[in-house]
Structures are given as structure tokens and as C-alpha cells.
Design a protein. Structure first.
Length: 130
């Protein structure tokens, strides 16, 4: 199903005019018309629609051609892994709250495994000094 087909289908199933649908999504009815005729939506437009109709942004990104199914499956796998590991969930919560941890991970994301091991060793040495 295309993004345009999804919009038409959603509106029809929910008995919404273009104007009512547009109001929910904080868009103009003319923009909804363009999208239903196949105009490619911007990321901002996708976010507004996702918020307006309470659907995941990822689903709309997929329908609009911004994501492929492999990415959606990877996200499902990640959610399942997190659900099984409370320690990982705790780490991710802390990561989301701390800019310094985010920076550390961003700086290390392109490192090879040997470089990561060296960084871990340095971190352990610093912790032992404290």
C-alpha cells in the first residue's frame, strides 16, 4: 500500500473529510489532497500525521518509502531484546538522560573492536583510581 492509498483508506474508514483529517494533523486540506494524489510527504508532514492519527512515525515512513522492512524488523528485534534484559533497559534509560554518555557512544560508534577494548581498559583504569 502506498502512502497516498493509506491516507485515503484511513479517511474513508474513519468517515473523515479532507478538512477534518487535515485539522487533526495540523495540515491544510489542500496539502492532504496533494498527498492523496501522490505528492511525497516531508518528514515534518509525516510527524504531524503520525501525531494526528496516533500511528507510529515508522509505519508512515515505511509507507512513504523512507524506510525498508529490514529496519522495521530490526526495531522489533531490538524491542524484544530490551524487554528480556532489565539491565539493558536501565542502561538505555540512563543513556537517554545523560548527554555525556550519549557523546561517549557517538564518539566510539565508528571504532573497530580492538579500539573499543582499549577504551574500555582505560575506563576501568580510571574507575580503579577513584
Amino acid at each position: 500500500m502506498s502512502f497516498a492509498d493509506f491516507l485515503v483508506s484511513y479517511r474513508n474508514k474513519n468517515n473523515l473529510s479532507k478538512r477534518k483529517f487535515a485539522e487533526r494533523c495540523d495540515l491544510s486540506h489542500t496539502e492532504i489532497g496533494r498527498l492523496e494524489r501522490g505528492k511525497n510527504p516531508s518528514i515534518d508532514t509525516i510527524e504531524k500525521i503520525a501525531n494526528g492519527i496516533n500511528i507510529s512515525k515508522e509505519q508512515l515512513l515505511y509507507l512513504a518509502g523512507y524506510l525498508d522492512t529490514d529496519i522495521l524488523e530490526s526495531k522489533k528485534d531490538l524491542k524484544a531484546s530490551i524487554a528480556k534484559d532489565p539491565e539493558l533497559l536501565d542502561f538505555l534509560v540512563k543513556l537517554s538522560e545523560r548527554d555525556d554518555l550519549q557523546l561517549l557512544l557517538k564518539q566510539s560508534k565508528d571504532m573497530n573492536p580492538e579500539e573499543v577494548k582499549k577504551v574500555i581498559k582505560v575506563i576501568k583504569e580510571i574507575k580503579n583510581e577513584l
